[in-house]
Design a protein around this ligand. Structure first.
Ligand code: GLC
Length: 746
C-alpha cells in the first residue's frame, strides 16, 4: 500500500473509532464525532442524511413521487430518516437494513404523535382549554413514553401555530389565539416530549411546527397564502416558536404557506435570519410534507432542482417526501450552484441529533418490544387521559343550575349523533385508533347514573344529519325522561389538516334536532364535540346548559359523564374566541379601540360596528363556568410606578363563594392606552389556576416587570414606553372583576 493510502486508511480507521467510539453520554465528544464522521462521508451519503421518506402503508400527505426502491436506498445510505414506521418490531427491522450501509449511520424515525400515541388525550385545542401546564406536560410525557418504547425517536409536535380563524381545520392541533398562553403551552409540550435532556429512551425529539404563521392562512383555507405585517408576525405568531426553542425544541418544521409572497421553506428571512441567526437555533429544520416540491406550484421555483437549491439555501435542512434533495442536491453542488458548506451544515445538524439520541451507540435502543407492551397498556395513562379530558371541557352555560345532573334522577334520555360515538371522540391526528376501547357517552352515563336510573338512547340522525327522519323517535325517547342530554357536533374527520369549513355551524340539521326537542318541551342539556369553535346561536340562546367537550380522547365518554354528574367540577376556559357568526371572522379578544369605538351596541351609526349584529363574540376568550362561584376582592399593587429596571407586584383576594370546591383560572390582562403604535384593548400577561374549598379564600399575586409592558414597535424593537398602563384581573377577557393603573416612569 502506498504511504498516503496507508496513512489515509489509518486516519479513516481512527476517525471511525472516534465517530463510533465515545459514548453518547460524553456529550463533549459529539462535535468531534460529527466532524470525524462528516469527513468520511461522500457527497451522496451527505445528501442521504437530508432525505426523509414515509413508510408506504401509512402516509399523511399526498403521494409526492414514485416510490423508489426503498430497501436499496436504505442499504446505500441514501435515506437519513423515515416517518410513519410504527412499533418496536418494524422500526428495528428497518433500522437493521439501514445499518448495512457503509458508514452505518442510523435512521431517525419520526411520527405525528400529536395528542397521544396509543392512549389518546384530548385534541390539543381541547387540552389548551385546561390552561393546566402540568397536565399538558404530563400528557406529552405519557405520549413520549409510549412512542419512544415503540421505536419512535421524534414527534412532529407540538404544533404551535396561533389560530384565530375557526374555519381553518388545524386550529384543532394548536393552543388557540393567544401568544402568551400559546407560548406557555408550547414550553410545557416540549418539556413533556423531551424530558429534562434528550438521550433518555423515554423521551422523543420535539418539533416546533409549522414555521411560520401557517394559522393565518387567508380565508381560513388550508395551505393558502399568508400576508401580515412584520409587527404582527413578531408580536403574535412567532412567540410560541421562540418559547418552544427556549424550552429546548430539538427540531422545527417549516410550513406550506407563503409568508408575504415567499414560501416558508424557501424563506431565508424565517429560517436563517430569525431562526438560525437571531435566535441561534442549533437543531435542524425538516420541511413539511413535500413543501420543497410545492414551491413549483407556488410559482417560486421553476422545477424540483430549482426548489432544492432555494430550500437548502434558505435553511431547510431535511427534505420530507419531495425527493428534491435526493434527486438534485449532489448535482447542484457538483455544478457549483450550491455551496457544499450548506449541505455540510445541514448534515452536521442532523448527525448531532442522532448522536444526542445515542443512536450511534445502540441504533435499536428505542425499539423495545417489552417496554412497548408495558407502556401502551399502562392503566395510569388512561387515568391521566380521563382527568385531563375533564379538565379540558368548558362549561359555556349553566342556567338555573341545570348541571350537574342530580344523582338518583329517575330517567335520562341521551340523544344525538355523537351520543354513541366512539371513533369520533378520539379526534384526528392519531397514530392508531382503539375505538373499541372508547367508552361512549351513553355507556358512560349508564355507568355513572346508577342502576335506579333508566337511560335511553336515540341518535336522531347521523353526524351529517341531512334529514329529520329520526327526530320523532328522538323526541319520543326524550318525552318521558327527567333529563335530556343532547350530544351534537363534528365527526373526527371534520377538523385537522385539509379540513377547512366555510360554514362552521353544527353540521346538517343538528340544530333542528335541538329545536324539535325544545318544541316538545324537553329542552336538553347540550354537549358539543368538535375540533374547533362552532357557531350554534339557536342552541346558545335557548339551551339551559352547554358543555363544550372538544374531541376528548380515549377516555372522553367517561370524562364527559364525570363533569355532567359533578364528579369533576369544570374549570376549563376558552383558548379561542367563539364568534356569533362566521361573518365576524377573524375575531379575537385582542381587538383595537379604533377611532370610532362602539360604546352602545344599539348605536353603530358611523361607528366601527355591524348593523346586523353586535361586535362581541358569542363566547369570549378565557370564558368558562363551573359549579361554584368566585369573588375577586381587594386588589393592591406594591407601588403605582415602575422604574425601567423595577417590578410591580399586583395582588388580590380570591374567594370561593359557592357550595362546592372548585378551580378558578384567574387571568391578568394589560392595556397600553397610548403608544407609538396603537395597542389592543387587552393582552393576556398572566394566569393562575387556584383551587379553593367552599367558603375559603386565598391571596393571588402576579409580578410584572418592564418586559410585561413591552411590545414590538414599528422598527421591530422590543420596547416598553413610559406612561400609564391599565391592569385588569378577571375570570375571562370579557369578565373583568378588578382594575387598576400603574405608571412606567422611564
Ligand atoms: C403533514 C402535516 C404535518 C405533519 C407532516 C407529516 O402534511 O402538515 O403537520 O407533521 O405532514 O405527517
Amino acid at each position: 500500500m502506498t504511504r498516503n493510502l496507508i496513512a489515509r486508511s489509518a486516519a479513516t480507521a481512527l476517525l471511525a473509532l472516534i465517530a463510533n467510539g465515545a459514548s453518547a453520554a460524553d456529550g463533549a465528544a459529539i462535535p468531534q464525532r460529527v466532524e470525524a464522521l462528516l469527513r468520511q462521508m461522500t457527497l451522496e451519503e451527505k445528501v442521504g442524511q437530508l432525505h426523509q421518506l414515509s413508510d408506504k402503508e401509512f402516509i399523511t400527505g399526498p403521494e409526492s413521487a414514485e416510490r423508489r426502491n426503498l430497501e436499496s436506498d436504505l442499504r446505500a445510505g441514501k435515506v437519513g430518516s423515515m416517518l410513519n414506521v410504527k412499533g418496536a418490531a418494524d422500526t428495528r427491522a428497518v433500522q437493521a437494513i439501514a445499518m448495512q450501509s457503509r458508514l452505518k449511520i442510523p435512521l431517525l424515525f419520526g411520527l405525528d404523535v400529536i395528542h397521544g400515541y396509543e392512549t389518546i388525550f384530548p385534541v390539543p385545542l381541547g387540552e389548551a382549554a385546561s390552561w393546566d401546564l402540568e397536565a399538558i406536560e404530563q400528557a406529552a410525557r405519557i405520549a413520549a413514553r409510549e412512542a419512544s418504547a415503540s421505536g419512535i425517536h421524534w414527534t412532529f409536535a407540538p404544533m404551535v401555530d396561533i389560530g384565530r380563524d375557526p374555519r381553518w381545520g388545524r386550529v384543532m392541533e394548536g393552543a388557540g389565539e393567544d401568544a402568551f398562553l400559546g407560548s406557555r403551552i408550547a414550553e410545557a409540550r416540549v418539556r413533556g416530549f423531551q424530558g429534562a435532556k434528550l438521550g433518555g429512551t423515554s423521551s422523543v425529539m420535539a418539533t416546533a411546527k409549522h414555521f411560520a404563521a401557517y394559522g393565518a392562512a387567508t380565508a381560513g383555507r388550508d395551505y393558502n397564502a399568508v400576508d401580515m405585517s412584520d409587527q404582527l408576525l413578531y408580536e403574535t405568531y412567532l412567540p410560541p416558536f421562540k418559547a418552544a426553542l427556549d424550552a429546548g425544541a430539538a427540531t422545527f418544521m417549516n410550513s406550506f404557506n407563503t409568508l408575504n409572497g415567499v414560501p416558508a421553506t424557501g424563506s431565508a428571512f424565517l429560517q436563517r435570519d430569525i431562526l438560525k441567526g437571531a435566535w441561534g437555533f442549533k437543531g435542524f429544520v425538516v420541511s413539511d410534507w413535500n413543501s420543497i416540491g410545492e414551491m413549483v406550484p407556488h410559482g417560486y421555483a421553476a422545477d424540483l432542482s430549482d426548489a432544492a437549491a432555494k430550500a437548502i439555501t434558505a435553511g431547510s435542512d431535511m427534505d420530507m417526501e419531495s425527493n428534491a434533495y435526493a434527486g438534485s442536491l449532489a448535482q447542484l453542488v457538483g455544478a457549483g450552484k450550491v455551496d457544499v458548506k450548506l449541505v455540510d451544515d445541514a448534515v452536521r445538524r442532523v448527525l448531532t441529533k442522532k448522536f444526542e439520541l445515542g443512536l450511534f451507540d445502540d441504533p435499536y435502543r428505542f425499539s423495545d418490544a417489552q417496554r412497548e407492551k408495558q407502556a401502551v397498556n399502562d392503566p395510569a395513562h388512561r387515568a391521566a387521559a380521563r382527568a385531563t379530558a375533564a379538565k379540558s371541557m368548558v362549561l359555556l352555560k349553566n342556567d338555573d343550575g341545570a348541571l350537574p345532573i342530580k344523582r338518583g334522577v329517575k330517567s335520562i334520555a341521551v340523544i344525538g349523533p355523537l351520543a354513541d360515538a366512539r371513533r369520533d371522540l378520539e379526534g384526528g391526528w392519531i397514530v392508531k385508533s382503539h375505538a373499541e376501547r372508547v367508552v361512549n357517552l351513553v355507556d358512560a352515563i349508564r355507568a355513572q347514573a346508577g342502576s335506579g336510573t333508566r337511560v335511553s338512547f336515540a341518535a336522531g340522525c347521523d353526524i351529517a344529519c341531512a334529514g329529520d327522519g329520526g327526530f320523532a323517535a328522538a323526541v319520543a325517547a326524550a318525552r318521558d325522561a327527567d333529563v335530556v342530554v343532547l350530544a351534537v357536533g363534528e365527526s373526527w374527520e371534520m377538523s385537522g389538516e385539509a379540513k377547512s369549513r366555510a360554514d362552521i355551524g353544527l353540521p346538517g340539521r343538528q340544530g333542528q334536532l335541538f329545536e324539535a326537542l325544545k318544541a316538545a318541551g324537553r329542552t336538553p342539556v347540550v354537549v358539543i364535540l368538535a375540533g374547533r369553535p362552532l357557531v350554534f346561536e339557536n342552541v346558545a340562546e335557548q339551551a339551559k346548559a352547554i358543555l363544550y367537550a372538544w374531541l376528548p380522547g380515549s377516555e372522553g365518554g367517561n370524562a364527559i359523564a364525570d363533569v355532567l354528574f359533578g364528579a369533576v367540577n369544570p374549570s376549563a376556559k376558552l383558548p379561542m374566541t367563539f364568534p356569533r357568526h362566521q361573518g365576524q371572522i377573524p375575531i379575537t379578544y385582542q381587538q383595537y379601540q379604533t377611532g370610532r369605538p362602539v360604546t352602545d351596541p344599539r348605536d353603530v351609526l358611523y361607528k366601527s360596528g355591524y348593523i346586523d349584529m353586535p361586535n362581541t363574540p358569542r363566547y369570549a376568550f378565557g370564558h368558562g363556568l363551573g359549579y361554584t362561584t368566585f369573588a375577586y376582592r381587594d386588589m393592591k399593587v406594591s407601588q403605582d410606578t415602575m422604574k425601567a429596571d423595577g417590578k410591580i407586584t399586583l395582588s388580590f383576594t380570591l374567594a370561593n363563594t359557592g357550595a362546592v370546591a372548585g378551580t378558578e383560572i384567574v387571568q391578568l390582562y394589560l392595556r397600553d392606552p397610548v403608544a407609538s403604535t396603537v395597542r389592543p384593548l387587552q393582552e393576556l400577561k398572566g394566569f393562575q389556576k387556584v383551587v379553593l374549598a367552599p367558603g375559603k379564600q386565598q391571596q393571588v399575586s402576579f409580578t410584572l416587570n418592564r418586559d410585561s409592558l413591552a411590545y414590538f414597535n414599528r422598527k421591530l424593537q422590543w420596547v416598553a414606553e413610559p406612561g400609564r398602563f391599565e391592569l385588569m384581573v378577571g375570570a375571562a377577557s370579557n369578565d373583568i372583576r378588578l382594575r387598576t393603573n400603574i405608571e412606567l416612569t422611564d
